[in-house]
Design a protein around this ligand. Structure first.
Ligand code: ADP
Ligand code: ZN
Length: 295
């Protein structure tokens, strides 16, 4: 039973965000810890939670992850390219250190869960959350459940068609023309020679970026029929992208889907609503659910 506080651990490649909250998802305290080695980083995180006396912990992590509860490596970060973090037993280490129920999911499923539980997407059962940052991640809720399946969706690597005049070779070492390879923050930086945050005035950059993101929107709409699509991550700070993405998505769909959601596309493809705390709030929900399942 939750007596007082729950913990949230948003595990990222550059930083860990640790927070303590109440059962209504209010953040009481939050710290950032740089991601170095697993032992050093996680020790700092666990010390923080030990001091706060939490009753349950939700972890949303960069991946790939093993989310299959019946697997020997459940709770592990598996084949990540992040040096030193391959096959890190995140849930096992947390459970040993803290001895509380633990909920675990991908970083993007965490953000999605935060938006659906505490944000503007409350009440929806079918939602897709994209993050466009150093990589491209996608979280999926279908019929009220976060989709795991064989492992978890890796739709950041869906294939996209290159624009005729785009000679860029892509930033992904696995695929020539995937979404992450063509539209992640590092892809923008490599293609245009400067970070996205310094390219606000360059409309050609956002025209091209929205061409790739809109392809992902169309694939998502046709495949999953979501009630809403939320776009987060550093690249989406570029707010001029939203109208471009909506316009191109409608143009690519070309009238094929005629729902009230698509006709009101401004409220269909939207930014995240929780001021960057969607991941942490999703972890709170994972923590609350872990208690429910443990009891
Ligand atoms: P991470 O994915 O590493 O967790 P972010 O979501 O902040 O972190 O994404 C970082 C990427 O987003 C970088 O490639 C950066 O250049 C890009 N980025 C950050 N802010 C902006 C912005 N305002 N416009 C466009 N790109 C941005
Ligand atoms: Zn790829």
């Amino acid at each position: 039973m939750i007596k007082k506080y729950i913990g949230a651990l948003e595990a990222g490649g550059t930083k860990m965000v640790c927070a303590v909250g109440d059962i209504n998802g209010n953040i009481i305290d939050k710290v950032r810890i740089p991601t170095t080695t697993p032992d050093e980083t996680l020790r700092c995180c666990f010390d923080y939670f030990l001091e706060k006396n939490i009753d349950a912990l939700g972890i949303a992590s960069f991946g790939p992850l093993d989310l299959n509860i019946n697997s020997d490596t459940y709770g592990y970060i598996t084949t990540t390219p992040k040096p030193g973090w391959q096959f890190t037993d995140l849930v096992g280490m947390a459970s040993k250190a803290l001895d509380v129920p633990i909920g675990f999911d991908t970083d993007v499923n965490g953000s999605l869960l935060g938006e659906v539980t505490f944000g503007d997407a409350r009440g929806f059962s079918d939602v897709v959350y994209y993050t466009f940052g150093t990589g491209v991640g996608v979280g999926v809720m279908s019929g009220g459940r976060l989709v795991h399946g064989m492992m978890h969706p890796e739709a950041g690597h869906m294939l996209v068609l290159p624009r005729d005049d785009d000679r860029y070779h892509g930033h992904c070492s696995f695929h020539r023309f995937c979404l992450e390879g063509m539209a992640s923050g590092p892809a923008i930086e490599e293609r245009f020679g400067e970070k996205g945050e310094l390219l606000s005035e360059r409309m050609d950059v956002w025209e091209l970026e929205s061409f790739y993101i809109a392809q992902a929107m169309v694939n998502t709409i046709l495949m999953l029929s979501p009630q809403r699509i939320i776009l987060g991550g550093g690249v989406m700070e570029q707010r001029s992208l939203f109208p471009l993405i909506r316009e191109k998505t409608s143009a690519f769909l070309n009238g094929y889907i005629n729902t009230k959601e698509i006709s009101d596309i401004d409220s269909y493809i939207v930014p995240a609503s929780l001021n960057g705390d969607q991941g942490i709030k999703g972890c709170f929900k994972l923590a609350l659910d872990s208690v429910k399942y443990a009891e």
